[in-house]
Design a protein around this ligand. Structure first.
Ligand SMILES: NC(=O)c1ccc[n+]([C@@H]2O[C@H](COP(=O)([O-])OP(=O)(O)OC[C@H]3O[C@@H](n4cnc5c(N)ncnc54)[C@H](OP(=O)(O)O)[C@@H]3O)[C@@H](O)[C@H]2O)c1
Length: 275
């Protein structure tokens, strides 16, 4: 069921009808469920993988969405169609998040279309080619840091020109918290550790009107891990599996629906790292 479309819904095994004028419980619970309905969200790196799952989850909640991508327009259009299936409005916005001019234009496009931005999900990220520290070139280091860390910052800065009240979620990684895998390089870990520090800093600066949190996935079944041995990764978790993009999207929705959490890094790693 799409949370924003049906006049009745199930709660703890009971079907509640919000059209029943005497059922206040149904109306209150329905109101809580629709907290995100009508909000405007911008999701970076939403052409596939985790970003796509987050965009769809937001669409299911009734958000209108700016769908960012940098190269893959075909897949970004597929994300857009999947979001529109939920009856929401969408806007495809092409921009490399590491480029200030493109980011400024992207944010202006979203604001021109929807009038404001209430939710920002900084998801766009790259792994880099090398994991051996001796093989990482200056160029590769700069590129990974530019997209994963500086990109999240400049998108946030440009969005803050318009967002007076809202929520920001950064997609970090277990690699930024000391969890390490053989396929992860120093540049990637440093970028995600930096993103977590950025989350803490912004959470303090922007409270109480803007809440800033992060989700730190372990391994997620996406193209980013296409060339990695999945069986080996599964053995690292307590749950014995690898997360699906939808598992990360659910954590993002939890943070967006909660008005009393800020400066939090929510681990979704199957118990690979406990702190
Ligand atoms: N998969 C995992 O195991 C895992 C684990 C922990 C954290 N994460 C993090 O989760 C996020 C999403 O990862 P994923 O697994 O979904 O990766 P993915 O499948 O490789 O997708 C990456 C997305 O980011 C976009 N992107 C890349 N560079 C960009 C740029 N410069 N500007 C704008 N968009 C850009 C891509 O769009 P285009 O193709 O159009 O460029 C694509 O939509 C990343 O931040 C990643 O670090 C992933």
């Amino acid at each position: 069921m799409n949370g924003h479309q049906s006049p009745s819904f199930e709660f703890q095994g009971t079907i509640l009808d919000i059209n029943n004028p005497f059922n206040m419980k149904a109306k209150i619970l329905w109101g809580l469920r629709m907290e995100l309905k009508g909000k405007v969200a911008l999701v970076t790196g939403a052409s596939r993988g985790i970003g796509r799952a987050i965009a769809i989850a937001l669409a299911e909640k009734g958000c209108n969405i700016g769908i960012n991508y940098s190269h893959d327009e075909k897949n970004a259009r597929l994300t857009e169609n999947l979001c529109r299936d939920n009856g929401v409005k969408t806007l495809l916005v092409k921009a490399d998040v590491s480029k200030r001019d493109e980011v400024r234009r992207m944010v202006e496009q979203v604001v021109n279309e929807f009038g404001r931005i209430d939710i920002l999900v900084n998801n766009a990220g790259i792994l880099g080619e090398h994991s051996n520290p001796l093989e990482i070139t200056d160029e590769e280091w700069d590129r990974v840091l530019s997209v994963n860390l500086k990109g999240a910052f400049i998108v946030t800065q440009e969005v803050l020109k318009y967002m007076k009240k809202g929520k920001i979620v950064n997609i970090a990684s277990i690699a930024g918290k000391g969890g390490i895998s053989p396929h992860v390089g120093a540049h990637y870990s440093a970028s995600k550790g930096g993103l977590i520090a950025l989350t803490f800093n912004l959470a303090r600066h922007l409270a109480p009107n803007i809440l800033v949190n992060a989700v730190a996935p372990g391994s997620v079944e996406t193209e980013m891990l296409a060339s990695v041995d999945k069986e080996g990764l599964k053995k690292l978790t307590m749950t014995g599996g690898i997360a699906k993009p939808e598992d990360i999207a659910k954590a993002v929705i939890f943070l967006l629906e909660n008005d009393h959490v800020t400066g939090e890094v929510l681990d979704v790693n199957g118990g690979r790292l406990m702190d």
